[in-house]
Structures are given as C-alpha cells and as structure tokens.
Write a protein that binds this ligand. Sequence first.
Ligand code: NAP
Length: 245
Amino acid sequence: MEPKVVLVTGGSRGIGRAIASHFGSLGHRVVINYASNAAAAEESAAAVRAGGGEAMTIGADVGDAAAVDAMFSEIAEKMGPVEILVNNAGITRDDLMLRMKVEQWDEVIATNLRSVYLCSKAALRGMLRAKWGRIISVGSVSGIAGNPGQANYAAAKAGIIGFSKSLAKEVGSRGITVNVVAPGFIETDMTAALGEDVTSSAAGNIAVGRLGQPDEIASAVGYLASENASYITGQTLVVDGGLAL
Ligand code: NAP
C-alpha cells in the first residue's frame, strides 16, 4: 500500500501507541492524537519514526466538537486529508449503577462514543473525495457481553458497533470500510489501574491463559486497514484470547 495519512486518536499510550508504531513500521504518515500527555505522544512519534514512518503529534479532546474541527484542519494543512482513521481514545469511569454519577456517564459517552461520531464525520469528507478510506474503531468485549460496574463504558462500546454497521452501509459503495476491533483484557495503563488481584484473576477466564499485549490489537487493526480486508465492512473483530467465549 502507498503511504497513507493515518490518524490514531489516543495514540500516546497503550493500544494507541502500538497501533501508531504498527502503521509507522509500514511507512505510513501517522498523526498521534492525545488528551494531555504530550511527552508520551512524543515517545509514540519517536517509535513511528524509528520504524520508518513519518509522525506528528496533536493534542485535542476528541469529545469536543471545536477541538476535533481544529485538529482536522491542522492535519489537512500539515499532512493532507486523513485516509485511515483509528478511533482508539477511550477512558473508564467505573461504578455500580446506583453509585454512578451523571458526570461519569457523560464523560465516558463523550470520550468513547461522541468522539467516534465527530472524528468519523470529519474524516469522511476527504475519504468520499478520494473514494477510499478506512475507519476502524476500538470497541471492547464489554460492549458485547456487558460488565458489572461498566454500564457507561459498555453502552459507549456497544454504540460504536451500531454506529459502524450503519455507516458501513452508507459509505460502502464509495470505497470506504468501517469496522470495529473489540479487545478483551490488554496490558496497558487502563488495566494496570485495576490492580494485580483483578488482572491475575482475569487471566483465569481467558482461554489462552494470559492477558493480551497492545501489539496483538495493533496487528488486527492493521489487517482491517489493509487491501487484504477490502471486502470486510460493518464487522466487529473480537481480539480477546477467548475471554468472551
Ligand atoms: P490507556 O492506556 O489508558 O490510553 C488511553 C489513551 O487515550 C491515551 O493516549 C490518552 O491520552 C487518550 N485519551 C483519553 N481521553 C482522551 C480525550 N478526551 N481525547 C483524546 N485522547 C484521549 O488506554 P488503552 O488501554 O490503551 O485503551 C485504548 C482503547 O482500547 C480505549 O478505547 C479502550 O476503551 C479500549 N480497550 C482497552 C482494553 C484494555 O484492556 N486495555 C480493553 C478493551 C478496550 P493521554 O496520554 O494524553 O492521557
């Protein structure tokens, strides 16, 4: 594939960094978005460059419409239109339903779902013009199977699946595919925050007997972005080592 402009939201850490590095190793031009951790985003950019790709970093809250518009204008000016969009940015604000505050609900829906609408819409204009594009969103097995304490998160991740199926039907005839990768339990800052007890007992419920690594999600995203996946759209690829079986 010719070098493409790839935007990875939340590319500064964890799964997003692995996705950015993966595209960098294929020689693509990678834009690394982040919320506040500019130093971590620069480390991701260095990894992209070390792999042979081009990189730029850009801070923007992907749940904020004005910030997303400004981000896409800056990318268009410096790199050109986004050809591969990876909606990866995400947060958790877990709590059991009776304790969940409306702020916890709103923050998760804005960062994990509203962002997917905002970024996909902004990227679509250029993709429609080019008659080619890839939109890949990072969902979660929580959005398929549910998870106690994650009603906000599971609602956002399930929303991404319905969103992607609908958009896939709208733009499939224009050379644009829209898919979801749904990870299980992956070793990143997000899961480290749960503590050793939770992560080691989670491994007991995973068929392959261990947590996943960010690279194992990145390779699935890379596949869906490739020409080999040109006839796959509206799908959710579960990458969870058998957790949700
Ligand atoms: P992580 O290590 O906590 O990293 C989160 C990333 O999202 C960071 O780059 C962060 O930027 C960025 N971010 C957060 N809020 C943002 C906002 N408002 N605007 C822009 N960027 C924002 O998370 P992760 O584990 O890699 O998760 C990545 C994705 O995979 C998420 O969508 C998550 O829901 C999903 N996922 C993860 C797992 C897992 O087990 N880890 C499982 C299923 C799904 P800063 O560095 O600036 O904070």
